[in-house]
Design a protein around this ligand. Structure first.
Ligand SMILES: Nc1ncnc2c1ncn2[C@@H]1O[C@H](COP(=O)(O)OP(=O)(O)O)[C@@H](O)[C@H]1O
Ligand SMILES: NC(=O)OP(=O)(O)O
Length: 303
């Protein structure tokens, strides 16, 4: 099978952990152990999140008095692809001796008129109290929004339309290379009169993974996170894991933007467009998702 996986931010940095490189490298090594088991049997493309990491780099850049302006988010996104891509590259090479592994910086096309530029929703960086967030917003011109009981910086998150380097990724996968790509949803770019140009945004990595999986004609899209699937009545004493779903049944659940919402939308788009299966589940269950014995398995109506 050809499988595209989207590795959740929680796999790189668990809630409450400091974003030290050593912590993230240790987490990436654990993730690589699971992903290597998938890669032993299947063609594998790995995408990953960058929300916490791009926030750290944005803060560093904003605090650097030598700069006349902070680095823009397309450049910061590319920095996170290099950093996390390096960690994953090394961990996968160590876990799969003899197998070719590549990590790529790459770009995702978005529409310059996407309304998301005017209504930022993508959480980046750490959490703040409301007072601290409002101070930072006033001082630095940030947009901030409530994330649960805390506040976080938000940036625009336009819809991914296509990964610019899809043909390169396909060639590598067809030759048996495990490819780490489209990190942080890909560096957001627009094409104007044939020329690519970066834009200030952070794309949702689950939605980009879906676009890429469709373009690569993947047999499956796996969204790997820290919960063992989608839950009905999540967070209540009646919560119940959904083992099997169709795009229509998932869409009917009205899941929250910013966490489970984009994951569900990503799998629905993939299943509707390809007729193939998708799954949302825990990283630790990656191998059993193939058999459909764990996670929420999503298939077209009637299959
Ligand atoms: N209905 C739901 N079922 C399962 N998880 C949910 C649901 N609604 C919200 N969540 C939350 O979504 C989280 C996963 O989303 P997110 O934190 O964005 O993942 P990641 O960083 O791994 O991409 C879970 O840890 C859980 O707290
Ligand atoms: N870019 C992105 O979706 O990152 P997270 O998954 O870390 O939020």
């Amino acid at each position: 099978m050809r499988i595209v996986v989207a590795l959740g931010g929680n796999a790189l940095l668990k809630r409450g952990e400091k974003p030290d490189a050593s912590t993230q490298i240790a987490n990436v090594e654990l993730a690589a152990g699971q992903l290597a088991r998938l890669a032993e049997e299947h063609e594998l493309v790995i995408t990953h999140g960058n929300g916490p990491q791009v926030g750290v780099l944005a803060l560093e850049s904003a605090n650097d008095e030598r700069l006349s302006e902070p680095y823009p988010f397309d450049t910061l996104g590319a920095e996170t692809q290099g950093m996390i891509g390096y960690w994953l590259l090394q961990a996968m090479q160590n876990a799969l001796p003899g197998r070719q592994v590549a990590a790529m910086v790459n770009q995702t096309l978005v529409d310059a008129d996407d309304p998301a530029f005017k209504d930022p929703t993508k959480f980046v960086g750490e959490v703040y109290s409301q007072q601290e967030a409002e101070r930072l917003a006033a001082e630095r011109g940030w947009s901030v929004k409530a994330d649960g009981q805390y506040y976080r910086r938000v940036v625009g998150s336009p819809q991914p339309q296509g990964v610019v380097e899809t043909d390169v990724i396909r060639t590598l996968v067809e030759h048996g290379t495990v490819v780490v790509c489209a990190g942080g949803g890909g560096v957001p770019v627009i094409r104007t009169e044939g020329r690519l140009q970066g834009v200030e945004a952070v794309i949702d990595k689950d939605l980009t993974a879906s676009v890429l999986a469709q373009a690569l004609k993947a047999d499956a899209l796996f969204i790997l996170t820290d919960v063992d699937g989608v839950y009905k009545d999540f967070g209540t004493e009646n919560q119940e894991q959904v083992p099997r779903a169709t795009p229509a049944s998932l869409r009917g659940m009205g899941l929250p933007a910013g966490s489970m919402g984009p994951k569900v939308e990503a799998v629905c788009r993939f299943v509707e467009s390809t007729g193939n299966m998708a799954a949302i589940g825990r990283l630790e269950d990656a191998v059993s998702l193939v058999e459909g014995t764990t996670g929420t398995i999503v298939r077209p109506e009637g299959s």
